[in-house]
Design a protein around this ligand. Sequence first.
Ligand SMILES: Cc1cc2nc3c(=O)[nH]c(=O)nc-3n(C[C@H](O)[C@H](O)[C@H](O)COP(=O)(O)OP(=O)(O)OC[C@H]3O[C@@H](n4cnc5c(N)ncnc54)[C@H](O)[C@@H]3O)c2cc1C
Length: 288
Amino acid sequence: MRSYLPAFDLLVPATLEEALTLMANQEARWRPFAGGTDLMVMLEAGKLVETKYVSLWNLNALRGIVVHDAEVVINALTTYSEILASETLRREFPLLGQAAMETGGIATQNRGTIGGNIANASPAADTPPALLAYDAELDVASVRGTRRTPYSTFHTGYKKMDLAPDELILSVRLPRGRTWTRAHYRKVGTRRAQAISKVCFAGAVDLHDGIVRDVRLAFGSVAPACVRAASAEAALRGRPLDREAVAAARAALARDIAPIDDMRSTAQYRATVAGNVMEEFLLGPVEG
Ligand SMILES: Cc1cc2nc3c(=O)[nH]c(=O)nc-3n(C[C@H](O)[C@H](O)[C@H](O)COP(=O)(O)OP(=O)(O)OC[C@H]3O[C@@H](n4cnc5c(N)ncnc54)[C@H](O)[C@@H]3O)c2cc1C
């Protein structure tokens, strides 16, 4: 059932300080409202519990992609379309662009933000596997100050994250200078476009004379939060990238993921497809 609009407040502060001050209010929870592409769906469905919102849309401090020597800083209000338009991101962090391309349609890409995708904390979100593969860090702020945290430990369970109610995600930091022999993003959904993933995957591998020097295997939709497959990665590091090593990684993957049955898929399907997309990335298309 649709929500009753007059029950909601939306304030539009002009500065980050004003927004953080509102969010620090002890009497009422003021929740951030960025592009609204997740929140408006909840509103339409009558499922928005909190009634007070702080629009981030006018906060210039949260906009833009800044390229430094050692890192690229993607501010939280950066939309998918802006990610796709960035030459540096396309060249150096292609998994993120591929994830952005797989996110919704053009309207969603023009309005949905990277900060909102992270803070919505869906285990099926598309950018988190790419962020995990690239060792992203987050800057988070409140009236108490700013802190930096690795993205890998930010999501702690289903819809749970290391973010206090008065904290805002300011930006995502991607360290530069890392090169990968191959990197690939894959989303498996019900349709080719506009689908929530049954499994999404970001992989990057660094090969030296056919030996796996380093590897990143990150998944969405197969655990309570997006995860890096640490056991599968460990089974590959230092070994030739051959069928035997990949079979060991497939076996190890069972320790990294915990897929469930839900309205979109089954645990068994997700486990099989997670193994298949990983194998396809490492060796080429899975046979049979
Ligand atoms: C038609 C459609 C298709 C979609 N397809 C996909 C898809 O394919 N893949 C996918 O991953 N997602 C998809 N989404 C979901 C959504 O578009 C993304 O999650 C988007 O990135 C959310 O960003 P937003 O700015 O719109 O967030 P909002 O809706 O404004 O906010 C989402 C949540 O994040 C919080 N929040 C927002 N910004 C911040 C911040 N800076 N700091 C702290 N908290 C914050 C809000 O309080 C809220 O809880 C789709 C949505 C729609 C409507």
